[in-house]
Design a binder for this molecule. Structure first.
Ligand SMILES: Nc1ncnc2c1ncn2[C@@H]1O[C@H](COP(=O)(O)OP(=O)(O)OP(=O)(O)O)[C@@H](O)[C@H]1O
Ligand SMILES: [Mg+2]
Length: 247
């Protein structure tokens, strides 16, 4: 369960979030869409306890997220960062098992590598990829490795920040299918940021549209395309005119 309650956040003079509320019940999948620079990634960072909101609260499975203890939250959440965000200096297996290489859940190198290989297989990659470095991988492979890192350790909450941006349509479809499969087999609660309207239905049952710091529309993914809501209409048709300020 993810509960975001009345979150406000200002950076300098820029008000980025102005009372955001999102509720995702256990086992649900929600897509978060909205204009570039609208604050979507900031919401995920607040959920992880990496950024402190000025006002409002966030709960993961009824436990309040504290920015003072981000480690505690991070260990319970799987996260795919925008642009994959792999550590260039670490081989793939260490990237995947990063959270098990130190701290209270530390595994031996042998066990961590084995776990990494099991998760590589789940995302359709061969065990040989484990020893490669991010620079040796294509964009699609990096996304798969980032996906493996997000699911390692069977978290019950997974956040995806633009999992398919920059991929060709076929690879986009492959990654979306993998995400769907993972969501269904792992019984997780997911929140996915995407710019790709056609991905929304594939990866999530619910959708929320963020604009100017607020959720302007919420509904079922399958209602998105037929919605008469002016925010939704403008966003999915890429119109210049409408309630969304595009300057
Ligand atoms: N740590 C920070 N310090 C100052 N400003 C920040 C910080 N993080 C984000 N911002 C600002 O907050 C706004 C929202 O950023 P955010 O990355 O959440 O947008 P986004 O909706 O994820 O956009 P995109 O779709 O392009 O990824 C931007 O104007 C950004 O410059
Ligand atoms: Mg972003």
């Amino acid at each position: 369960m993810i509960e975001i309650r009345n979150i406000h956040k200002t950076f300098g003079k820029q008000k980025v979030l102005d009372g955001v509320n999102i509720f995702a019940h256990k086992g649900s999948s929600t897509a978060l869409i909205g204009t570039s620079g609208g604050g979507k990634s900031v919401i995920l960072k607040i959920l992880l306890g990496l950024i402190e909101p000025d006002e409002g609260e966030v709960f993961i499975d009824n436990v309040k997220v504290s920015h003072r203890e981000p480690g505690r939250t991070l260990s319970r959440i799987g996260m795919l960062f925008q642009g994959s965000a792999l550590f260039d200096s670490l081989p793939v297996w260490q990237n995947i098992c990063f959270k098990f290489l130190k701290g209270t859940e530390k595994l031996s190198s042998k066990d961590a590598k084995e776990l990494a290989i099991q998760n590589l297989e789940k995302v359709g990659l061969n065990y040989k990829v484990a020893n490669k470095f991010p620079a040796d991988l294509s964009g699609g492979m990096k996304k798969r490795v980032a996906l493996a890192r997000a699911i390692v350790g069977n978290p019950k909450i997974i956040l995806f920040d633009e999992p398919t941006t920059g991929l060709d349509p076929i690879m986009t479809n492959t990654i979306n299918s993998l995400i769907r499969e993972i969501v269904e087999t792992m019984d997780v609660t997911t929140l996915t940021i995407t710019h790709d309207i056609s991905s929304v239905q594939q990866i999530s049952d619910n959708v929320a549209l963020l604009d100017s710091g607020r959720i302007r529309w919420e509904g079922k993914s399958k209602e998105l395309k037929g919605s008469k809501d002016p925010y939704v209409f403008q966003f999915i048709n890429g119109k210049h005119n409408g309630p969304i300020n595009v300057n």
